[in-house]
Design a protein around this ligand. Structure first.
Ligand code: VG1
Ligand code: CO
Length: 544
């Protein structure tokens, strides 16, 4: 087995976005593309000689090839051990759990998460540090800078590893251990939740559940936990076989893309509890019978009911949410007398707060919820948290959310996405609005008067690092707000996200359909930003 030093040249455009580097599969398959980025990761790290690297992905097209390439490079760069999920599979939260449980130096996760897969779809890669969490901005920027100067790649000449068989093999002096992708994560979840109570609830027949794995990575995890351990009957976990192209679907757990689940949950004989997860298993959607729980509300409900769950019975240290996420959890934090932090979009910004013990729960409006048990959002964790609450309270999903609104008021919330729009046009829309921010306060926009407007900047309370340009916030008198942001995970054109939020304390108005309740705010967003004229779209692509 020869050690090879292969010359290479920098490739442009390898700057990680909200969550790692995501590009079309065709881009990643270009000669040297993956290799350059992986070598840039290794060149930006120090002290990993003889240490352990965790490696796995969501099973999408090119996952298996990429694993072989990265394992050879890890050996050449001096890692002592690579732990790889069987079949190359590790959900994002499971990878985080494995890194932490095994004391690894870090991990590489292969995923483009909710983006479609297959030969014409997307691929992605990101580095997670020894805390199990996504690399902080300082590291992703260092990796990017390295991609601009890289001139050689280290690899070894070796046969492919057999990813199908559990056990260890040697690779150029490094050990490769193929591990069960589910075991560490499932054991961790079992310590946090009252599995016996959930199993009793399911076994009693008092609730029927349906989990849609969307042909993505959570199939094996959901089968092991929901079916085998908790006794959910056959048919409870659907689309549970991971496919390299996710069956041609869009593995994004929202009412638009998780269509099969939505049809089931709105049928006459609908189950009581429905859930779905995304490509890499870190997102979750929670649905009651004919009732969708908004992710921002879900975070707030989990925080308000955390004392009912064994792993959190001792109380929450604090909570955090990404800036565009609704303030529903803020209201809970206030009632509990705990801190609530507002961070930029992307899980990497929760890492310091979790490591410093300032927060226990955190979440994002994009269907991500998690806690200090790992350093990623965790889809199956959220599902079990809800099931644990249902087991204790014995009420329906809808009843739990409605009584939550009754107590805290309803933060009526929606996100409108304009996907794949012309990038320069979207950037120009943002630039025009950014220029007007300072002049907006005091101005009337439709039914509203602007109270404050800014471009969100965040100073990390732990390490004082500053991140700016994180979304245009326009707050109105009375507490409603609109946020405009461009996505940092897409691979085609630009995606404009418009986040809409209004606070409704009046219980009599809680039943109003969300889009109807938000109609005046939707009109205000159009008049502020001129979305139709700039994008040529009359409707959002996806409404969540
Ligand atoms: C989106 C979401 C963000 C999430 C990110 C990664 O980012 O808005 O909240 O953290 O995806 O999630 P953006 O930049 O496209 O808005 V995942 O499940 O795709 O890793
Ligand atoms: Co994801």
């Amino acid at each position: 087995m020869a050690l090879l030093t292969l010359p290479t040249r920098p490739i442009e455009g390898q700057r990680p976005g909200t969550s790692g580097l995501r590009k079309k599969v065709a881009v990643f398959r270009q000669s040297g593309y993956l290799e350059n980025f992986v070598q840039s990761i290794f060149d930006s790290l120090e002290g990993f000689a003889s240490q352990t690297l965790v490696l796995g992905g969501d099973g999408r097209y090119f996952n298996d090839r990429a694993i072989q390439i990265i394992a050879r490079m890890a050996a050449a760069n001096g890692f002592g051990r690579v732990l790889v999920g069987q079949g190359g599979i590790l959900s994002t939260p499971a990878a985080s759990a494995v890194i932490r449980a095994r004391g690894a130096f870090g991990g590489i996760i292969l995923s483009a998460s909710h983006n479609p897969g297959g030969p014409d779809g997307d691929f992605g890669i990101k580095y997670n540090a020894g805390n199990g969490g996504p690399a902080p901005e300082s590291l992703t920027e260092a990796i990017y800078r390295r991609t601009l100067t890289i001139d050689r790649i280290l690899t070894v000449e070796a046969a492919d590893i057999d990813l199908g068989r559990l056990g260890t093999t040697a690779l150029h002096g490094m050990t490769v251990e193929v591990i069960d992708p589910v075991a560490d994560h499932a054991a961790l979840l079992e310590r946090l939740f009252d599995f016996d109570a959930i199993a009793r609830l399911i076994g009693s027949g008092r609730i029927r559940l349906k989990f849609d794995a969307m042909h993505a990575v959570t199939g094996p995890y959901a089968r092991a936990v929901l079916t085998e351990r908790l006794g959910a009957p056959p048919g409870s976990v659907i689309n549970d076989v991971p496919l390299p192209d996710f069956g041609g679907g869009h593995p994004d757990p929202n009412p638009t893309y998780a269509e099969e689940l939505m049809v089931a949950m709105f049928a006459d004989d609908a189950p009581d509890f429905g859930a779905a997860s995304d490509g890499d298993g870190d997102r979750n959607m929670i649905v009651g019978r004919r009732f969708v729980v908004t992710p921002s509300d879900s975070l707030a409900v989990l925080a308000a009911n955390a004392h009912l769950v064994p792993g959190y019975a001792a109380g929450l240290k604090g909570v955090a949410r990404s800036m565009p996420t609704s303030a529903a959890v803020d209201a809970v934090a206030k009632a509990l007398g705990i801190a609530c932090y507002e961070t930029p979009t992307g899980w990497k910004f929760f890492g310091n707060l979790l490591d410093a013990g300032r927060i226990t729960l955190c979440g994002e409006e994009s269907a991500g919820t998690g806690s200090d048990h790992v350093r990623e959002k965790d889809g199956l964790w959220a599902v079990l948290f809800w099931l644990n609450i249902l087991a204790v309270r014995g009420e329906s999903v809808e009843a739990i959310v409605r009584s939550h609104w009754q107590r805290f008021g309803r933060h009526v919330y929606s996100r409108h996405d304009y996907e794949g729009v012309d990038a320069p046009a979207a950037q120009a829309l943002m630039a025009r609005l950014r220029e007007r921010l300072a002049s907006l306060p005091g101005q009337r926009v439709g039914a509203f008067v602007v109270a404050q407007a800014d471009d969100f900047a965040y100073t990390d309370p732990v390490d004082a690092s500053v991140t700016s340009g994180q979304g245009l916030r326009i707050g109105f008198e009375g507490g409603s707000r609109i946020v405009f942001r461009l996505s940092g995970t897409g691979t085609e054109g630009a995606t404009l996200r418009v986040y809409l939020e209004a606070y409704e304390p009046d219980v009599a108005k809680h039943g109003i359909e969300t889009q109807v309740a938000l109609a005046p705010l939707i009109a205000a967003a159009e008049s502020l930003a001129g979305i139709r004229a700039a994008t040529g779209r009359t409707q959002p692509t996806v409404i969540t």
